[in-house]
Design a protein around this ligand. Structure first.
Ligand code: NAD
Ligand code: MG
Length: 329
């Protein structure tokens, strides 16, 4: 069995005399910085003086510095800005201050694994990736718990990299829920594959195509939305709480029988073949290459695709339903 680290397995001691410079105050940045501070660690922030988070972080009571100054002051420089921005910020503002013995931290392995950031051998490189969005990282911490997390060590020049990563995980509250060790490669590739095939890509397409087919068949769009989208949450909640078998036991026998006999004909082996193609593109680095190019060209394709979804019928119907049902304020 995989080793899971909990609060009692981990000490905050390795970080007690260190300064942690959190770069970025967005989803992960605001949550991780506040949790580590509330756990008694010494946290400063590195932000753009003209950026949107500067005043928010100041009002939150943090010492806030321009990125390069924070990188200079920090023993651990924890990079929590968007992945496509990291390479340039690292090269121009952080790398010059990464003296021997310092630690570079990440919450996702993309830039290290695909070599967009190549730190010197004399620094430690670690990852603390909470398995949840920032507002959950903060909320669960305030409620006395945490979200689970992955840690990884890419470079261990000091010999203390893993203890530091675990201590940061404890500071963020993640050891309350359980922390697993992984590698930068495993975290990066599995994260990309999961979000493409199942979470963001797979679920969205399943819901969208299910909605389209119901509307095509002449059913009212509002009813199609309830069926293909709204109820998907209720089913997912059951799966989350009780597993697949618990979900099946929780629905009617008709739904069980229909789901079990028809589901695998709809999501058939050829879908699995398509998923394997996505796996290959991630593992070969082709997807990363495409995404880095997309960033350099100003996210044109991304913006076009976002607009297509925004204008899809399911979005118009969904907005109406969510408002009238009081789901969306
Ligand atoms: P975000 O977009 O919410 O926040 C980014 C922050 O960086 C903002 O404060 C923004 O003002 C600042 N920023 C943007 N460009 C900058 C620049 N050029 N220089 C300085 N500051 C800049 O980002 P996020 O979602 O918190 O992601 C941060 C990291 O955490 C990423 O590596 C991401 O993969 C990882 N991560 C995110 C989540 C999540 O749920 N959001 C979960 C796990 C890991
Ligand atoms: Mg992801």
């Amino acid at each position: 069995m995989v080793k899971v680290y909990y609060d009692t397995d981990v000490s905050l001691e390795p970080l007690k005399k260190k300064t942690i410079a959190v770069i970025g105050y967005g989803s992960q940045g605001h949550a991780q910085a506040q949790n580590m501070r509330d756990s008694g660690l010494n946290v400063i922030l590195g932000l753009r003086p003209e950026g949107p988070s500067w005043n928010r972080a100041k009002n939150g009571g943090f010492k806030v510095y321009p990125v390069s100054e924070a990188a200079e002051k920090g023993d651990i420089v924890h990079i929590l800005i968007p992945d496509p921005a990291q390479a340039a910020v690292y090269k121009n503002l952080i790398a010059p201050h990464m003296k021997s013995g310092k630690t570079l931290g990440f919450a996702h392995g993309f830039n290290i694994h695909y070599k967009q950031v190549v730190p010197s051998n004399h620094v430690d490189v670690i990852m603390l990736a909470p398995k949840g969005p920032g507002h959950m990282v903060r909320e669960t911490y305030l409620n006395g718990f945490g979200v689970p997390a992955l840690i990884a060590v890419h470079q261990n020049s000091s010999g203390q990299a893993k203890n530091n990563a675990l201590a940061m995980a404890k500071g963020v509250g993640c050891t309350r829920a359980g922390v697993l060790e992984t590698t930068f490669r495993e975290e990066t590739e599995s994260d990309l594959i999961g979000e493409q095939t199942v979470l963001v890509g797979g679920l969205m397409e399943l819901i969208k195509k299910g909605f389209e087919v119901l509307v095509e068949a002449g059913y009212q769009p509002e009813l199609a939305y309830f069926e293909a989208c709204n109820e998907a949450k209720l089913i997912m909640d059951l799966i989350y709480q009780r597993g697949l078998i618990g979900m099946l036991r929780g629905v009617s026998d008709t739904a069980k029988y229909g789901g079990l006999t028809v589901g695998s004909k709809v999501i058939d082996d050829h879908v699995k073949e398509n998923m394997r193609k996505a796996v290959k593109l991630v593992q070969s680095g082709k997807f990363a290459e495409e995404w880095i190019k997309e960033g350099k060209e100003g996210f044109k394709t991304l913006n076009t695709l976002m607009k297509e979804i925004e204008e899809h019928q399911i979005e118009k119907v969904g907005k109406f339903i969510r408002k009238t049902a009081g789901i969306e304020k």
